[in-house]
Design a protein around this ligand. Structure first.
Ligand SMILES: C[C@H](O)[C@H](O)[C@H]1CNC2=NC(N)=NC(=O)C2=N1
Length: 96
């Protein structure tokens, strides 16, 4: 998959296909909220396995039952198609 960065218009096109993700310029971001810590950490565990398989890893922060996620392609210095692929996978795991 291409590691070319997407411009603002292309990011908007991709964001429109997802729910709850926003454009953070150098990344796309979403805050996932779960019922409790166990659900949040279960999500992170499953997402981590997918990310590792993709060799594409999230920047994220967990506080109790929320998980703040930022996705960018560090090697490319911006957002690429890979970030949207991981975003969609995370939504699926979260049941969103
Ligand atoms: C060598 C390895 O493929 C790279 O370092 C991968 C690992 N995971 C990565 N994850 C993310 N989010 N961006 C990258 O550029 C990246 N690069």
């Amino acid at each position: 998959m291409s590691r070319e960065t997407l411009d603002a218009a292309a990011r908007q096109t991709e964001l429109a296909k997802l729910k709850g993700w926003s454009d953070a310029g150098d990344a796309v971001a979403k805050t996932f909220r779960f019922r409790d810590f166990s659900e949040a950490f279960g999500f992170m565990t499953r997402a981590a396995l997918v990310a590792e398989k993709m060799d594409h890893h999230p920047d994220w922060k967990n506080v109790y039952k929320t998980v703040e996620v930022r996705l960018s392609t560090h090697d490319a210095g911006g957002v690429t198609a890979l970030d949207f692929k991981l975003a969609a996978a995370m939504d699926k795991i979260a049941g969103a």
